[in-house]
Design a binder for this molecule. Sequence first.
Ligand SMILES: Cc1cc2nc3c(=O)[nH]c(=O)nc-3n(C[C@H](O)[C@H](O)[C@H](O)COP(=O)(O)O)c2cc1C
Ligand code: SF4
Ligand code: SF4
Length: 301
Amino acid sequence: MKAEIYYFSSTGNTLLLARDGAERLKAQLIPLSSLQSLHFISSQADIIGFYFPVYHATFNEPGIPYFIRDIIKSFRGLRDKYVFAVCAHNGMPAFTLDNLDRLLKEKGAFLAGGMDVKMGIPYGTKEKTAHLLADQPLTFDREAEAVQRESLINQYRARAERSGFYERIHRRETCRLWKRTALSRLLLGGILKVQRKPALDRYRELAHFGGDDFRELTRFADRSFTLSGDCNGCGVCERICPVHNIEISRDVPHWQHRCENCFACFQWCPVEAIGGRVTEYEKRFHQPALTLKDILNDDSV
Ligand SMILES: Cc1cc2nc3c(=O)[nH]c(=O)nc-3n(C[C@H](O)[C@H](O)[C@H](O)COP(=O)(O)O)c2cc1C
Ligand code: SF4
Ligand code: SF4
């Protein structure tokens, strides 16, 4: 039984999950960003896994990063495969895996297996409220964060073990671990609608234009990145961007307005030269066990 895992990860959470899945299923690991220029993608594998971080599900968006949705749409022959997904999130995956299931159904396939995994720790509500109402700086404790992340990955491993997640996938049995009750779906739907409006307002400011198209606003939100004088033109940001949104010219990065807001450029710039309003709720922190070489999937770094 041949298995392939397609993944994207900005701060390393999903990469850890994808490596774990690949080990358990003896699957080949393939970065999703390497498939972008392809209009048709076909695979010889019997089992296909998609691993990705949840983006903007909180604001009533599909939750699947936009470029990954486009890539999945380009897959051919998925109806004959066992397809599963694992998404990393910060506490609110909302309907991400249902949305992926719907997308696959449009292609004649369906999401046979899936798990959402809490892997990052958001700023606490108290901290965010103090930031918004009293302009308090958002701070966090690196060591505590590293301990928390370790504990979250252990929780994921225990859950995968308990549910027999990978064994069931290996046997091609249905294993949908993300389902919700009708009541919780109803409540969640209401919360997401309320949260969407302030998010749209914020993104209109970041993108410097109006409109209701969240994808378009996030693309142009890169207008709110700033660059400090520490930039040395090393090109790491250009290489790490999954959607080739950064071009280095005259030794400085230029954002091309097709941003996914993954913040990999901000996270991995070796001299922390990237900042700006778009990054205000981000923490410069990645999985401690991983290096730039891991994220770039490049041994020559
Ligand atoms: C642009 C953006 C949007 C996000 N939206 C959500 C969200 O809607 N719900 C959620 O629970 N986490 C959200 N997150 C958090 C990520 O899903 C989470 O930190 C994930 O573990 C990151 O995975 P990675 O380390 O593989 O990049 C968002 C993160 C980013 C950068
Ligand atoms: S990674 Fe940082 S230092 Fe290197 S080119 Fe990009 S912004 Fe400049
Ligand atoms: S420009 Fe930065 S934030 Fe935008 S998609 Fe590329 S790496 Fe991600």
